[in-house]
Write a new protein. Structure first.
Length: 699
């Protein structure tokens, strides 16, 4: 168990490191940052640009049937060269950024009179010295409670909650993740929309990640799900930190609330699995912040980043997009209410037009792949019907016998306090903005900070829309995730206003910092003891041993020369790596009499055949008994591919049939052995000469 946990930690670290390399480090070598950009700015700006470019490149190449690692790398280099040309930098400098400097240094050292070994040794000594100094600097930063200790502690515990499942279990935590795994592989083979038109933005990002790193897609899906959950927490910290200038420590309570899922419907259980909605939600708060900052400064970079965030949400998961639009619209209202005059050198109408126009362009580009698919006659995926079903007026479910103010309350103390606090902050912001406007004073708060309380209120009304008789864009479980992202900042906003009110007239700058630290610590300690958090566990659709042995098989046996007989969950894993045969189809197609016949040769066209059988069928609290094989397996061949496995008794019949067949075959044939066995399952391996084909699914 400890060995498996250690392996999981190393694999997770590798995936995270490669993700940072691909989506942060490499684009950061090309992006032109500004003097005031800190580390978080650089990370989210690089991530936004890289994801946006990836979406366009992958879809374009897939529709042209040219999508592979080489064409993708060439596309990235071309985009980087164009970006550097637009910045007035020579595209040749891109080679310097990619490592030419190291090669040149080695060649220069080789031409010197002293031996090359001494030059390399001196270089390595310098690198070690720089690394040690960097580590000491990082430790000093981490020991600072304001800048390091508290924020890092919150992020580390948030990561523990989200990664615990993936580190301790090899199976994926949600049924949707298996579907997305299959679509990632289809897209990687230039088979776009094979199961119907569906936004493939998430799949494009993960497929490109696989093309560039050559990591097995199963491991990518297993660990990028919780990574996206951690990025959600980081987005809360990033935006609140940027808004609470001078009192950045007040970003900790909101990050702690969302990171631990305290009192809000943030659904950490969804953040442990690879789901497009959670990945798209990573760009909700940054997009809101970039759009609001454009309203203040009128800078083209902020406009481009907002449009990119909006386009990414549409391409990855359109459920997020309306909430981003609502947030920026509220920021625009707050901005124009507090300062209805020219922004920089641009009039107000031009600012509004630019937001609308470039936002519409981003949406059109994001929807273009769906339009191309529809033009090719491909039908939309059936899951998109869910969207239309969720958009309701809510009037039918409203209880008119209960006063509206009572229906507003959720009977959850934390949620009700959040509602009241957001209402008071929204009222305070509106009154102060109006008074300052009448006095002719300039606003002292950014538009995003002014809009946050009202944004939280609007999302709360959407979250409770059905019980209040209000329009509902989505079911409460999904809206609750977006509401939690915004509402978690409310407590930091309240503390920021309280400390800000005790300005230079009452407190020195150091005293204000101490007060902010005290408020943050108090909030973290009180909430931590009141709402203890524990890591959730995902839905189990297969045993850990099944997923682990798939990885073992694909790493140890020739590609496309092995077949796995197992339930449907194994099919997305095997896809494009080997062949798959459904358990219930195998039990139907091959009889016990054939297994007892020494001359019978299994007609599957691969050298190796692995039969995955559950000794204790999943979700059945009893050992599989061969007597159950008398059940009519052929009657299970109805409905969807997963239906025969959902019912525990049906699953038990299938697994018992497989075990009985395999044991009989092993007694009469010398080419089968037990490949793996534990208390829960057993895996048989047949080694045979390739011939004919029956039933195996095409990779």
């Amino acid at each position: 168990m400890l060995l498996e946990l250690w392996y999981g930690c190393l694999t997770a670290f590798k995936v995270m490191l490669l993700f940072l390399l691909v989506f942060y480090y490499l684009p950061s070598r090309v992006v032109a940052f500004r003097r005031g950009d800190d580390g978080l700015d650089r990370f989210f700006i690089s991530l936004t640009y890289m994801v946006g470019i990836t979406l366009v490149l992958v879809h374009l190449l897939a529709f042209l049937h040219l999508y592979d690692t080489f064409s993708l790398v060439v596309g990235y280099i071309g985009v980087a060269a164009l970006a550097m040309q637009a910045q007035g930098r020579s595209p040749v400098g891109l080679l310097h950024q990619l490592g030419t400097r190291v090669v040149v240094s080695v060649l220069d050292a080789a031409e010197q009179t002293r031996p090359l070994g001494k030059s390399i040794g001196r270089y390595l000594q310098g690198q070690v010295r720089a690394s040690v100094l960097g580590l000491l600097s990082w430790l000093r930063w981490a020991a600072n409670p304001v800048e390091g200790l508290l924020p890092v502690g919150v992020l580390v515990y948030s990561a523990y909650l989200r990664f615990h499942h993936s580190l301790t279990h090899a199976y994926l935590g949600a049924s949707d993740s298996y579907v997305h795994l299959a679509w990632i592989k289809y897209l990687g083979a230039n088979q776009i929309y094979r199961d119907g038109i569906y936004p493939y933005g998430y799949h494009a990002v993960l497929s490109a990640f696989e093309k560039l790193t050559f990591v097995d897609p199963l491991l990518i899906v297993r660990f990028t799900g919780p990574l996206a959950g951690l990025l959600l927490v980081l987005s809360v910290y990033y935006v609140s930190r940027k808004l609470f200038r001078g009192l950045e420590i007040l970003a900790v309570p909101g990050t702690f609330i969302f990171g631990l899922g305290i009192g809000l419907p943030s659904a950490i259980s969804r953040q442990i699995s690879a789901l497009p909605q959670e990945f798209a939600a990573v760009f909700l708060l940054p997009g809101f912040y970039f759009g609001a900052r454009y309203l203040e400064r009128g800078t083209r970079r902020d406009l481009a980043l907002f449009a990119l965030c909006l386009g990414i949400t549409v391409a990855v998961h359109p459920y997020v997009s309306p909430y981003l639009v609502v947030g920026v619209a509220l920021a625009a209202a707050a901005r124009f209410m507090s300062r209805p005059h020219i922004v920089g050198t641009q009039p107000v109408w031009r600012i509004a037009f630019n937001l609308f126009f470039w936002g519409a362009v981003a949406v059109a580009v994001a929807l273009a792949p769906l339009g191309v698919g529809a033009a090719q006659g491909i039908k939309f995926h059936s899951s998109l019907e869910y969207v239309a079903a969720m958009v309701t007026t809510g009037a039918a479910s409203a209880d008119d016998s209960v006063p509206v103010w009572q229906r507003l309350l959720s009977k959850d103390p934390f949620l009700d306090v959040t509602l009241a606090l957001a209402g008071l902050l929204a009222l305070h912001t509106a009154v102060v903005a109006r008074v300052r406007l009448l006095k002719g004073e300039k606003p002292t708060e950014p538009a995003a900070l002014m809009a946050l309380p009202l944004f939280s209120l609007v999302l709360y009304l959407m979250y409770r829309g059905r019980s209040l008789g209000l329009p509902s864009l989505m079911d409460p479980a999904r809206t609750g995730v977006f509401f939690s992202l915004v509402a978690s900042l409310i407590y930091g906003v309240a503390a920021y206003k309280i400390v800000g009110a005790l300005g230079p007239k009452f407190l020195t700058a150091r005293m204000r910092t101490y007060l902010a630290v005290g408020l943050a610590l108090t909030a973290v300690l009180c909430l931590g003891f009141r709402y203890p958090a524990s890591p959730p566990t995902g839905a189990q659709l297969e045993y850990d041993a099944a997923a682990r042995n798939y990885l073992r098989i694909q790493a140890s046996f020739p590609a496309l020369d092995w077949t796995i007989v197992s339930p449907v969950e194994q099919y997305p894993q095997v896809l494009k790596k080997g062949w798959h045969y459904e358990s219930w189809e195998f039990a139907r197609d091959f009889s016990l009499a054939e297994a007892n016949d020494p001359s019978f040769d299994l007609p599957i066209p691969t050298t190796y055949v692995f039969i995955f059988a559950e000794k204790i069928p999943l979700r059945v609290d009893k050992s599989s008994n061969p007597v159950l094989a008398n059940g009519a397996v052929s009657s299970l061949a109805v409905g969807s591919a997963s239906e025969p496995y959902r019912d525990p008794e049906r699953r038990a019949v299938i697994q018992a049939t497989l075990i009985a067949w395999a044991e009989a075959y092993m007694e009469t044939h010398d080419n089968m052995r037990v490949f793996y066995e534990d208390e829960e399952m057993i895996i048989y391996m047949i080694k045979r000469a390739p011939r004919g084909t029956v039933g195996a699914r095409n990779p």
